[in-house]
Design a protein around this ligand. Structure first.
Ligand code: GLN
Length: 500
């Protein structure tokens, strides 16, 4: 049997090939580094650490020869540039962190390293993870490999584009209001945002601390499960980390359901379809593939039922009050004193702060800091921030009413396919595109994006599945069953050779 090209292998295949020594980590890392260089025009990477990666790959091969069986030993990955890394620079897509080097690794980075994964570099993202198109990066946009004239989604756009273009088998991302799920949907890959608290936020540069969650982007549910098992687990350095025993998501994903029978692995699974996720005016390019994926889940034994999430529309104003409020506080630490950029010329301390922040932050970040400071200010706090917190709780309660009737909730990830680069000039219009991802974020629930086929112009569309707290294994199980029966997740974007 002929072996697939090295870059075509996903996580599970790569780990199997490394384990049976049909491939060495060094050989694989070399091949991927060449491919990354040949696809530099995608703008997916902000930093490539060839030397460090080759040295780590060589050492992984040596460790394997000595009997080391770490779960991800020799697997090449890369990190969204929002995770701090001691041996590579970290910018969070911002000029204000130009030249910054962290003295430590984020917990997620350290855990993946401890599991044997090799980091090839840092991936482009929207500045401080604020955006839905990766056009807010200070270091230029990322191009969608399916159509390089279009956005890859955001804010984990570099992670999604790199995995979709087969530059890497998997990457890390973060999701505050959809930034793993939406770029996964726009680029035809699989991504999971676990329950808030499952992955440590230690060393993940904070945007909106009550919402930020890390997760993997890969080609399949199975590949995501392999990464998530290594990334997750209690961390005493994060006060919001869930005190629960570590889980082997991969093993749990493979556990059959009690009612399963041959051909019906999802028998007994109840999937709720919120009316609000399927409005009459839902774009047919999105509706068609999502409905096809739901029909497939039904054929696999799942039952579809109607549920209500009546406050879905309110998720947008609520999120765009709470997230900027938290951002305005979190980003106050970037003042030119401790981290990264400092203005070259200033008269006194206040002038230094002002010039550093004026020069260092981009337009969207400034907009959010101002919005956040406004909604938290005396006289407006009660009218905006406090109201938003109350509605946030109601949104979480609405989900619990649904989960009394169903096991999973399904809908589209985004109301459209990937849009053309440069098209979105009105920030509020971009905010509206987050409608289907924000509710689960506000409730702190796990959500997943699965490739569901293609809409107009051959662009990928994602199906979103949401589970109750700490039910990631259910999401992965359903996603895996779907992917065993379909080949949407196996479709790769057209190969382009590097421009001359
Ligand atoms: N698009 C949302 C925002 O701009 C979500 C971003 C994210 O999840 N990091 O805030």
């Amino acid at each position: 049997m002929s072996r697939p090209a090295l870059h075509e292998m996903g996580v599970a295949e790569t780990l199997a090939a490394l384990a049976d020594r049909s491939v060495s980590s060094l050989e694989l890392t070399r091949a991927l580094l060449d491919r990354i260089a040949a696809h530099a025009e995608l703008g997916a990477f902000l930093h490539v650490d060839s030397e460090g990666a080759l040295a780590a790959a060589l050492s992984a091969d040596q460790r394997r020869a000595q009997g080391d069986a770490s779960p991800l030993l020799g697997l090449p990955i890369a990190h969204k540039d929002i995770f701090v890394t001691a041996d590579q620079p970290t910018t969070a897509g911002s000029k204000i962190l130009a030249g910054y080097r962290s003295p430590f690794d984020a917990t997620v980075v350290a855990r993946l390293k401890a599991a044997g994964a090799i980091s090839l570099g840092k991936l482009n993202c929207d500045e401080f993870a604020m955006g839905s198109a990766n056009e807010n990066s200070a270091y230029g946009p990322v191009h969608n490999p399916w159509d390089t004239g279009r956005v890859p989604g955001g804010s984990s756009g570099g992670s999604a584009a790199a995995v979709a273009a087969r530059l890497l088998p998997a990457a890390t991302g973060t999701d505050t209001g959809g930034s793993i799920r939406q770029p996964a949907s726009f680029t035809g890959i699989t991504g999971i945002k676990p329950t808030y608290g499952v992955c440590s936020r230690y060393g993940m540069i904070a945007f909106a601390s009550s919402l930020d969650q890390a997760g993997p982007l890969a080609r399949s549910a199975q590949d995501c499960a392999l990464l998530l098992s290594a990334m997750s687990g209690f961390d005493e350095r994060d006060a919001t980390s869930a005190e629960r025993p570590a889980q082997d998501f991969h093993a749990r994903m493979l556990d059959p359901r009690p009612d399963a029978s041959p051909g019906r692995p999802l028998a007994g699974l109840r999937i709720g379809l919120p009316a609000q996720f399927f409005p009459d005016n839902l774009d047919a390019d999105v509706a068609r593939p999502v409905l096809a994926a739901l029909a497939q889940l039904q054929r696999l034994g799942a039952t579809l039922i109607d549920v209500q999430l009546p406050r879905t529309q309110l998720a947008i104003p609520v999120y765009y009050i709470i997230a900027p409020a938290e951002a305005s506080s979190n980003l106050s630490r970037f003042d030119g004193v401790k981290f990264g950029h400092r203005a070259a010329h200033y008269t006194d301390l206040l002038d230094m702060y002002k010039k550093t922040r004026t020069e260092g932050f981009g337009a969207e970040v400034k907009r959010r800091i101002m919005t956040g400071a406004y909604v938290l200010s005396h006289g407006y706090y009660d009218a905006y921030y406090f109201q938003a917190q109350k509605i946030r709780r109601m949104i979480a309660d609405d989900f619990q009413r649904c989960f009394a009737e169903c096991d999973l909730i399904a809908g589209p990830v985004a109301p459209s396919v990937a849009w053309p680069l440069g098209q979105q000039t009105d920030p509020v219009r971009e905010y509206l595109a987050d409608i289907f991802t924000l509710p689960a974020s506000l409730a702190g629930l796990p959500g997943m994006s699965l490739p569901a086929g293609f809409g107009g112009q051959g662009l990928p569309v994602g199906l979103q599945l949401i589970a109750n707290y700490f039910q990631e294994a259910q999401l992965l199980h359903a996603g895996h069953a779907l992917q065993q029966a379909t080949d949407w997740h196996l479709q790769a974007p057209p190969e382009r050779t590097a421009s001359p």
